[in-house]
Design a protein around this ligand. Structure first.
Ligand code: SAM
Length: 278
């Protein structure tokens, strides 16, 4: 008898699915905030899924985690205090702590169970969460940011898609609070979805950030397991422009995607993406 095959499909749009063969369902839970699953896939290794959407996989996590971390951290000349909003898998914290000048990296995650499952089943990604420079705070990022002023050099918004508790992380009032939460020369970056499928979202976020921050830039990267593969990041900065960075001064750190030559190239946008943020 032929062996039964198991497949997981993320419904990326009402008309499109992304399907992977799975060898094992390692863990599932219904948390207070979302459905959580850790799957063993043939193609990408272990995969974290929240509410049916792929968050990260062992094979391609470096693309996303390096892109969202090193662009802001190499744009700020001296990032000492950094916060991650969301990011419960710990991948962004791991990348932040590759920067020696960072004294403290805070993880502000609403769902404790994402952190616990990642620590247990995705140690390659969550490995830095117990570092003495890392501090985990379990709370809503919207509340945290609005209650703390003038505190961080860099804030990285590593959120789920804009559904459930993450809806407010894509709203104007949140970006205003992020501005206040940053020091006077601070900057922030947020993951802002696919330029193929989420054009209205990118447009709205870009214009909201532009109305608050003196410098607003969009950059792109390639993440195989995210919808369309092409992914956008929106950066808002009070003082430092990623396009003015002297790339000859960027330190070489251990990365697989990011490098100094890419730093500015990531901001060169295809024409259809330039049109979105016009
Ligand atoms: N890289 C992933 C992506 O782009 O799909 C996101 C990874 S990370 C697991 C996203 C985290 O954001 C989730 O663990 C979720 O619990 C958290 N989150 C969602 N809304 C939040 C909020 N309001 N405050 C703090 N964390 C939040």
């Amino acid at each position: 008898m032929a062996e039964m095959e198991l497949w997981f499909t993320e419904q990326q749009t009402p008309d499109l699915g992304f399907t992977c063969k799975i060898t094992k369902t390692i863990y599932t839970a219904k948390t207070q905030y979302q459905d959580l699953a850790i799957l063993e896939t043939k193609q990408f290794g272990r995969m974290l899924v929240l509410d049916g959407a792929v968050q990260t996989t062992i094979a391609d996590e470096f693309c996303y985690h390096e892109l969202i971390s090193h662009v802001p951290l190499f744009t700020h000349p001296n990032p000492k205090k950094v916060a991650v909003i969301g990011g419960g898998d710990g991948g962004v914290i791991r990348e932040i702590l590759k920067h020696d000048e960072v004294e403290k990296a805070y993880l502000i995650e609403i769902d404790r169970e994402v952190i616990e499952a990642s620590k247990k089943y995705l140690p390659e990604i969550s490995c830095a969460l117990d570092d003495e420079r890392a501090e985990v705070v379990i709370t809503d990022g919207i509340k945290f940011v609005s209650e703390n002023k003038n505190m961080f050099d860099v804030i990285i918004v590593d959120s789920t898609d804009p559904v459930g508790p993450a809806v407010g992380l894509f709203q104007d009032s949140f970006y205003k609070a992020v501005f206040e939460c940053l020091k006077e020369d601070g900057l922030f970056v947020a993951q802002t979805e696919s330029p193929f499928y989420d054009q209205d979202l990118i447009k709205n976020v870009f214009h909201a950030v532009k109305s608050i921050f003196p410098i607003t830039r969009l950059y792109l990267g390639f993440i195989p397991t995210y919808p369309s593969g092409l992914w956008s990041f929106t950066l808002g900065s009070k003082k430092y422009d990623p396009l003015e960075v002297d790339i000859s001064k960027i330190k070489r750190i251990d990365t697989k995607y990011y490098n100094p030559e890419l730093h500015k190239a990531l901001f060169a946008l295809p024409t259809f993406v330039q049109e979105i943020i016009k």
